[in-house]
Design a protein around this ligand. Structure first.
Ligand code: NAD
Length: 486
């Protein structure tokens, strides 16, 4: 049984109220940790520590010194790789190979990449003509924004919070992080790393708790927080935006998706099946970029549905640490109920259930876990709720299409606009379609292939702003223009 405390001003502290909450294992719902729930006073202490660090040792470091420290953070994460893998695996129940090959290495990379970006991206400079002929020189200084509130979700906890903490610190800010109440382990472990590497006290703070009337809201309402970066549901983003309006503070939002996967008959068939399988079912479908709507060109529709069904039925459920198990549970009982309610709704709406639709039979020791079957439907109209709403589970609806215009219109007919995966060997068409689909990210013949220097974010209700590479600098810094009369 783990004891997870808040991490404030370089120290692990229980809540000032003494209040704690339980964290359950997704694989069997046993209680595996007791978490300190931060009070408003604890959040205030974290924000004050973050402010003090800005004006203290951290704020007085040179950029090179800061960058060296962040390289040290990445190296220490790599040195403690097994601890991070074990913590995240226990927290999420997701298989070891996903932790080892995607989530934990990406967490370390988030510190290195943004340390490099801040060193290498120039600011602007303009010469201005003046009536006296002497001219003036303008140049921009990039300065940290201040104390950044980071609100993160549970679906890829370490990757998603370091995606924000890494660039925030690289830019010289300090952070108060509120990790998801479902997955607090790696945020705490990162506190140990910060202390080991010598990151000054108060630069990285973690407050645990829930959203409304709890730590999440206390962070976003706190007027000492200069900007808020958030990943999570669109409805939560709406609440956070209202909080940020007080004090007109800046926001960066990465939110929900109902992403389309499009497969043309000329696609490499096996690649397309494997790609859509990953995009629909990786992490038990709990990926914002995941595909819940699949459109397949009619000549290969039946063949595609059969191939995806075969793969979905071959997954190996079980404990994440056991080699060969490639399929984990959903994060919580509550989320399991939500996903299963959509499974029922699909049937009520008239879907043909190609495979899945329920809970797999599990051995007695795992019977209480949040397991659900990967599920594929066909036969629903575009108006069906499982075709329109984000489910965030391992499921997809597949429908046939006959023309490019038809599939573009269907892909765009949704309130979300996060990502698309498109499978074709006709690259002229691929380029043309990439310009027509209203999303922040289009993958062609691939999915979730991430270059951290590129713009990441969503259109429509999937987000506000872009992060990644220089775009992260735009959010985490302010440009201060200096004009010198010559
Ligand atoms: P969520 O919105 O329920 O919670 C996210 C975080 O917000 C948690 O830390 C939660 O405690 C906090 N929170 C909730 N209400 C709050 C409030 N009123 N004020 C302040 N904080 C509050 O999201 P989730 O269920 O943890 O994550 C799943 C969602 O995240 C899905 O919709 C998914 O699409 C989205 N997501 C998006 C991206 C992206 O990059 N676009 C990436 C991953 C996940």
């Amino acid at each position: 049984m783990h004891q997870i405390e808040n991490f404030i001003n370089g120290s692990f502290l229980p809540a000032s109220s003494g209040v704690r909450f339980d964290k359950r294992s997704p694989v069997d719902n046993s209680v595996i940790a007791s978490i300190a729930e931060a009070t408003r006073a604890d959040v205030d202490a974290a924000v004050k520590a973050a402010r003090a660090a800005l004006h203290g040792e951290w704020g007085s470091l040179s950029q090179d010194q800061r960058v060296e420290l962040l390289y040290g953070v990445a190296d220490e994460i790599t040195r403690r790789f097994d601890d991070f893998v074990a913590a995240e695996m226990e927290d999420t129940g997701q298989p070891e190979h996903v932790m080892k090959h995607v989530f934990i290495p990406r967490g370390a990379a988030n510190f290195k990449v943004f340390a490099d970006v801040i060193k290498n991206v120039p600011t602007e400079s303009f010469m201005l003509d003046t009536p006296d002929g002497r001219g003036a020189l303008n140049y921009a200084l990039r300065v940290p924004k201040g104390v950044i509130g980071v609100i993160s979700p549970w679906n890829a906890p370490f990757l998603l919070m370091t995606w924000k903490v890494g660039p925030a610190l690289a830019c010289g800010n300090t952070v108060v992080l509120k990790p998801s109440e479902e997955t607090p382990f790696t945020a705490a472990l990162l506190g140990e790393v910060m202390n080991k590497v010598g990151i000054p006290k108060g630069v990285y703070n973690v407050v645990n708790g829930f959203g409304p009337a709890s730590a999440g809201e206390f962070v976003t309402q706190h007027q000492g927080v200069d900007a808020i970066t958030f990943t999570g549901e669109t409805s939560t983003g709406t609440a956070i935006m209202k909080a940020a309006a007080e004090g007109t503070r800046d926001v960066s939002f990465e939110m929900g998706g109902k992403n389309a996967g499009i497969v043309f008959a000329d696609a490499d068939f096996d690649d397309a099946v494997n790609g859509i399988f990953r995009s629909a079912f990786l992490n038990t479908g709990q990926v914002c970029l995941g595909t819940e709507r699949v459109y397949v060109e009619r000549p290969v529709f039946d063949q595609f549905v059969a191939a995806l069904k075969e793969k979905a039925e071959a997954v190996q459920f079980g404990r994440p640490e056991i080699n060969g198990n490639n399929y984990g549970p959903l994060i919580s009982r509550e989320h399991q109920h939500k996903v299963l309610s959509y499974y029922q709704k699909a049937v009520a709406e008239g879907a043909t259930v190609v495979t899945g639709g329920g809970v797999p039979e599990m051995p007695a020791d795992l019977a209480e876990g949040n397991w659900v079957q990967p599920t594929i439907w066909t036969g629903l109209p575009e108006t069906a709720s499982v075709v329109r709403e984000e489910i965030f589970g391992p499921c997809c609806h597949i429908s046939p299409f006959d023309s490019e215009d038809e599939v573009v219109a269907k892909a765009n007919d949704n309130e979300y606009g996060l990502s698309t995966t498109l499978w074709t060997t006709n690259l002229t068409r691929a380029h043309r379609m990439a310009g027509r689909i209203d999303v922040g990210i289009t993958w062609i013949n691939s999915w979730f292939l991430r270059d951290l220097r590129t713009a990441f974010g969503g259109s429509k209700q999937s987000g506000i702003g872009r992060e990644g590479g220089v775009h992260s600098l735009e959010f985490y810094t302010e440009l201060r223009n200096v004009c010198i009369k010559l």
